[in-house]
Design a protein around this ligand. Structure first.
Ligand SMILES: O=P(O)(O)OC[C@H]1O[C@](O)(CO)[C@@H](O)[C@@H]1O
Length: 500
């Protein structure tokens, strides 16, 4: 079936080759100018993901269906029969990926983004890049989760089933240390509030710490954890100020000064957070949001932008947002607290956050019906929230109706924070930019639309924003630096026109 570039998954890594003319795929004539990160490069993390990580993730989906068949809603004979059929379909998907099969158009399940997925797929077909190991990695990976959604959407009993829900909950239960440490820090802040109000220098230091805390919250990513290793989870929870200073060398680009210059001159603005993972990462996002609203004059409301379908394993869906709040008030959810006061710190935070939700200071961009998952996968359109589960790159948002709606929803924001690796890949179109490419160039037409902050720990091949020569130095020092999750970026692009 194959030649070296389009064939069944190869077994040995080979060095990264320069892209040939036929690989210079672009989604638009103007942007981006470089070839996509792709599993065709066998030394890439894209290749590692398609050949090794996806099979594990799909096996976990099968496992989740088995578990559900044994419990509650899914234990009836009819639901079990459907469960078997779903297992067969997910198994087939796994097999198709391993055989580098052609990716079929997404079937119309009445859900979001079908036209966009399928028109991009037709475009890829013209370039003979419509197979699992030849398609651009970003497209194929979004397609994978959208395809999975269709599989469940066509069932009768499993429409609202989130196959990653159990994993997300089990992992959050292991995150007690991070939760208690941060809740204690917030308690101290509450008691020192008056000092902060008068001391701008202290506020600046604290602001920088909070940004780093929120950055490192992104280290926690279930799609990278193939099993729940408790030691690994404990290590991931180092999110306090001391952990920040120990890790500051690992931030390969840090625009906090420019960010502070912007933030300190705004007042009562709206903060938007385009969310990434649930559990501890969402907790860190909410700590940042709470800090900015409660302890600074800069922001007075926060809009959180979740996903409307199960996405990249651990991404936040509305149900995850609300279950985080209820977990925080469930006694012993995180096991034994270090002290009764720590239980209290967590409960107080939850009470404040719930009150912010009740009075609209904290809002979700998806409509209320989405909260319980019963309408999962329906076209939402409101606020363009479906855009975040599409395959589109953010630099081309203007070319899609949901993209335009999402842009409209972000208009007027005091700061839009894009969390995590996938958002970074979409911001930079997931192509092989020279690593010293300016961040504002890589984000295309998004530059200058609104003040934009990307907080990303590196978990994929794409990189921009480094000083010249830095990538080569890192290559010498640590061959996995692009994707191990050990390093991070704080990239800020101000609103207003950006001069190139
Ligand atoms: O949760 P994040 O930070 O968006 O990371 C998602 C992960 O999944 C990937 O898309 C690969 O499956 C990588 O980009 C990254 O490792």
């Amino acid at each position: 079936m194959s030649n070296e570039n389009d064939g069944a998954p190869p077994t040995q890594a080979t060095p990264q080759a320069e892209p040939r003319e036929s690989e210079q795929l672009q989604y638009s004539p103007e942007y981006p100018h470089y070839p996509p990160c792709s599993p065709r490069d066998r030394a890439s993390f894209a290749y590692e993901t398609v050949s090794k990580r996806w099979p594990v993730i799909l096996t976990q989906v099968i496992d989740a269906i088995y578990r559900a068949c044994d419990s509650g809603t899914y234990a009836t004979p009819e639901a079990e029969e459907e469960g078997k059929e779903l297992i067969r379909k997910v198994g087939k998907l796994k097999y198709n990926i391993s055989r580098n099969a052609i990716m079929e158009p997404i079937e119309d399940d009445g859900g979001a983004n079908i036209e966009l997925y399928n028109s991009m797929l037709s475009f890829l077909e013209l370039q003979q890049q419509n197979m699992w190991f030849t398609a651009p990695w970003l497209y194929a990976e979004c397609y994978l989760y959208r395809h999975l959604r269709t599989t469940f959407a066509f069932s009768k009993h499993w429409k609202a089933f989130d196959p990653f829900r159990g994993q997300k909950e089990r992992a959050f239960k292991e995150m007690g240390k991070g939760v208690y440490d941060l809740a204690e820090m917030m308690h101290k802040l509450d008691t020192e509030k008056e000092d902060l109000d008068i001391n701008e220098q202290a506020l600046e230091v604290l602001f920088s710490d909070m940004i780093q805390m929120c950055l490192w919250g992104n280290t926690v990513d279930l799609s990278l954890l193939t099993s729940l290793d408790v030691d690994h989870l404990a290590q991931l929870q180092q999110v306090g100020a001391a952990a920040n200073s120990a890790r500051s060398d690992l931030i390969l680009r840090n625009d906090t000064d420019a960010l502070w210059t912007h933030v300190r001159q705004i007042k009562n603005a709206r903060l938007d957070i385009v969310l990434d993972n649930s559990g501890l990462e969402l907790f860190t996002d909410m700590v940042l949001a709470d800090f900015l609203v409660t302890h600074t004059p800069f922001f007075s409301e926060v809009v959180f932008h979740p996903k409307t379908i199960p996405w990249f394993v651990s991404d936040v869906m509305p149900a995850d947002f609300f279950s985080l709040l209820s977990a925080m008030t469930t006694p012993h959810y995180f096991g034994q607290a270090p002290s009764p006061s720590h239980e209290q710190y967590v409960t107080s935070l939850a009470t404040r956050w719930q009150s912010y939700v009740d009075c609209g200071v904290f809002r979700l961009s998806s409509p209320p019906g989405q909260a319980e998952g019963e309408h999962m996968g329906e076209v939402v359109q409101e606020n363009g929230v479906d855009w975040w589960v599409g395959p589109g790159v953010y630099g081309l948002m203007d070319e899609n109706e949901d993209g335009i709606r999402a842009l409209e929803a972000l208009r007027g924001s005091g700061l839009v924070v894009f969390k995590g690796d996938l958002n970074f890949r979409k911001l930079t179109a997931d192509v092989r930019w020279p690593p010293h490419t300016q961040f504002d160039q890589a984000i295309g037409t998004l530059a200058g639309r609104f003040p934009l902050l990307a907080l990303r720990t590196n978990k994929a091949d794409v990189i921009v924003g480094l000083r010249e020569g830095f990538a080569q130095e890192l290559d010498q020092k640590d061959k996995d630096w692009r994707w191990s999750g050990k390093y991070g970026l704080i990239c800020f692009c101000p609103g207003g026109t950006v001069a190139h």
